[in-house]
Design a protein around this ligand. Structure first.
Ligand code: CTP
Ligand code: CA
Length: 219
């Protein structure tokens, strides 16, 4: 029995939260990545914990402090993330906030690549889609929450991902909204469900707890 267990709507639930960017190395000193700080995912982990959940935070390189009383495991690449997601696929709730690279170098070099003075090209292959895999293997009681980052057609794009990946909710995140997106402490998220949409703006911490309260405190 865990001491100081918080009583809340998520008490006794296993919550898998993924956060932060992946890195896809092309040689030992260079990689493909993105500017994700992991702050939104960390805020979601914190908020899930505050509602009583047993949280496992699976994270890439973070520019955010890891919350207390959550279990953590780290990944570097999208392949690492996929392995961890499969290991924890029994979670009651999955919150997939990781910013996953869609591509990786097809044959990373063992040694540092030297410049040649000529034009270079880099061969890329697609990485595994962890959230799509979860959607395919979803059990009926599991709740899957995805994120969608778009630079255009935000709502339509996010809705399409909700359907395609068999999700319950998707958090549509625009990088063009003021004070939103990568690295920022604030954000605007449109929470899209199968029959609803609601917009949340403010600090990532506040938005995270409002979103989880909205989803899990409705009854
Ligand atoms: N995701 C994932 N594995 C990937 C790519 C994305 O698990 N290889 C997850 C993200 O963590 C996010 C959701 O899928 O929760 C949507 O990610 P996004 O990049 O917005 O969409 P994609 O499906 O990758 O489509 P695209 O980038 O082509 O718009
Ligand atoms: Ca993507």
């Amino acid at each position: 029995i865990k001491k100081h267990r918080i009583q809340g709507p998520l008490t006794g639930k296993k919550i898998l939260v993924t956060a932060g960017p992946t890195r896809e190395f092309m040689d030992p000193v260079r990689f493909i990545s993105n500017p994700s700080s992991g702050k939104m995912g960390v805020a979601m982990a914190d908020a899930a914990r505050a509602l009583g959940g047993d949280v496992i935070l699976v994270h890439g390189p973070l520019s955010a402090q890891i919350p207390e009383r959550v279990q953590t495991e780290s990944f570097v690449s999208a392949d690492d993330l996929f392995e961890l997601v499969q290991t924890h696929a029994d979670a009651d709730i999955v919150i997939m906030a990781a910013a996953v690279s869609d591509f990786k170098p097809s044959s990373p070099s063992d040694q540092k690549t030297k410049k040649t003075g000529r034009t270079e090209s880099l061969d890329l292959v697609q990485t595994p889609d962890s959230l799509a895999w979860l959607g395919e293997h979803k059990n009926p009681d599991q709740i899957l929450i995805g994120f969608a980052m778009e630079t255009e057609n935000l709502i339509e794009g996010a809705r399409a991902k909700l359907d395609k990946k068999n999700l319950d909710w998707i958090c549509a995140n625009s990088i063009s909204d003021d004070g939103s997106g990568f690295g920022s402490d604030t954000n605007t998220i449109h929470l899209i469900g199968r029959e609803s949409m609601q917009t949340f703006s403010g600090s990532k911490k506040d938005i995270a707890s409002e979103i989880l309260s909205m989803i899990f405190e409705s009854d």
